[in-house]
Design a protein around this ligand. Structure first.
Ligand SMILES: [Zn+2]
Length: 119
């Protein structure tokens, strides 16, 4: 039997679908307050992303602590605040802040406002 080696793009598609699935499972586990399981799903998703050298999408990056790689659920084991130019996510398990800048969004909004005619 001859096996056809899969194309790299096919492999990345599979990896993305697995990462999506793992994060949805992590969401479910975290909502049931089973953070050990959620952290394990996050660990597996990160390992898949590293193996295929595919960066985790920003929507998933915000759910993980950058310092201890634990799953953070805002309101339960995390806190989300907006500061000047960035969103600060506090992780209660390690006590550190992860910061996500939103300068691009501010610039885009400014451009949009500038382009509107003044009446
Ligand atoms: Zn942490």
């Amino acid at each position: 039997m001859v096996y056809r080696r899969k194309q790299e793009s096919e492999l990345i598609e599979i990896a993305i679908s697995r990462i999506d699935r793992l994060f949805s499972l992590a969401d479910e586990a975290a909502l049931e307050h089973n953070f050990e399981r959620a952290n394990r799903y996050v660990e597996l998703a990160r390992k898949i992303a590293m193996k295929y050298q595919y960066p985790l999408p920003s929507k998933y990056k915000r759910r993980i602590c950058k310092h201890c790689y634990n799953y953070t659920l805002p309101g339960v084991n995390g806190r989300v605040r907006t500061r000047k130019g960035y969103v600060s996510v506090y992780c209660s398990s390690c006590g550190k802040h992860s910061r996500f800048p939103f300068f691009k969004e501010i610039k885009a909004r400014r451009k949009k406002l500038d382009s509107k005619p003044i009446i």
